[in-house]
Design a binder for this molecule. Structure first.
Ligand code: GZL
Ligand code: ZN
Length: 330
């Protein structure tokens, strides 16, 4: 890299760190030993609300090491304004590429316009945004959440068919309001069971993807509904909380209440094998290598696909290979 630009970057980096330190969310300084022409990626992570998220962050950091990408990593601690601050600091530092996991779908146009004006390509990871200007980001790498919801619904249909179940009352624990996984997992699930008179969703509560709130919501649902046959939960963290509430109410999870959950954390797979959960829809957090590959392509001015979905499956009580699922790593 040209010495002048190096000096400028060093100065701007110090300035950006100062700004961020003042704002209370300084990113981890990039490791110094990177090669001079290493791609510099600014990554804004939304928080650490679940084992899924923690696994996602770890994988991104390890993938950057593997790829020799210089990573500026910021954790927004569940606050959209912290993500916006971090993106502004990445722009100030003139990173080569910006990637981020948007905590909610709305409210990104202004800061992404600033990135566009600065000529910095933006990659969405894990979650999507809603915008009138699709040119504000070059691509998305992450789940097909509609498909995940659909898999959940299809399992319930299979379960009802196999066991001749009817009149099933369903409660739903939804994720962070106006986040894309919450919107689309709910939509995909409803599309799968639509028109099937055996199923009725009697109530949806948002547990914000948090274990603690999942437990609180399930306690409330159990108090207010004398018949709950199915729980569809948008992530394993909320499901773990809900199972505590179900057992404290003297009910048997996986039997008295059919439990369908999304993520595929080890803790959920363990409970699936114990029969306390009936279906775990996989949502892989291991997006790091794909993100680094796409970041390098963007830094080199190459085209990338608009959407990159990882391969994902569902694990159910009906699987032959139920007892030999490899370690999940999160
Ligand atoms: C889904 C991801 C969700 C996980 C939750 O890709 O955005 O956020 O399902 C996490 O565990 O909180
Ligand atoms: Zn997924």
């Amino acid at each position: 890299m040209r010495p002048r630009l190096m000096a400028k970057r060093a100065l701007v980096f110090a300035l950006a760190l100062t700004l961020l330190a003042l704002s209370g969310c300084a990113p981890q300084p990039a490791p110094e030993e990177q090669a001079e022409d290493a791609v510099l990626l600014g990554f804004s992570q939304l928080g650490w609300e679940s084992a899924w998220r923690i696994g996602n962050s770890l994988d991104i950091q390890e993938a950057a090491e593997r790829a020799g990408v210089q990573l500026m990593f910021d954790n927004a601690q569940q606050k959209q304004e912290n993500q916006i601050k971090a993106i502004r600091s990445f722009i100030a530092y003139q990173v080569d590429v910006i990637a981020f996991a948007p905590i909610v779908e709305q409210g990104w146009d202004t800061v992404l316009q600033e990135a566009k004006d600065a000529g910095i390509p933006v990659l969405l990871t894990d979650r999507l945004i809603v915008t009138d200007d699709p040119s504000l980001y070059v691509g998305y790498v992450g789940a097909d959440f509609l498909e995940e919801g659909n898999k959940a619904g299809k399992f319930l249909i299979e379960k009802a068919n196999r066991e001749g179940l009817t009149d099933l009352k369903i409660v739903e624990l939804s994720g962070t309001l106006s986040s894309s996984p919450m919107q689309q997992r709910g939509e995909g699930f409803r599309a799968a069971i639509e028109g099937d008179s055996r199923f009725e969703i009697i109530e949806t509560m948002s547990g914000d993807f948090l274990r603690s709130k999942g437990k609180e919501c399930m306690e409330s649902l159990l108090e207010r509904h004398e018949k709950i046959d199915v729980l569809f939960s948008h992530n394993d963290a909320m499901t773990l909380g809900a199972i505590e509430a179900i057992e404290e109410a003297g009910l048997v999870p996986g039997e008295d209440i059919i439990i369908i959950t999304v993520d595929g954390e080890q803790a959920a797979i363990d409970l699936l094998q114990e029969g306390k959960i009936n279906c775990v829809v996989e949502c892989t957090p291991m997006l790091g290598d794909i993100i680094m590959d796409l970041a390098k392509k963007l830094a080199a001015g190459e085209e990338i696909p608009r959407v990159t979905n990882p391969e994902e499956r569902a694990f159910t009580e009906f699987d032959e290979d139920l007892m030999d699922i490899p370690p999940r790593g999160y």
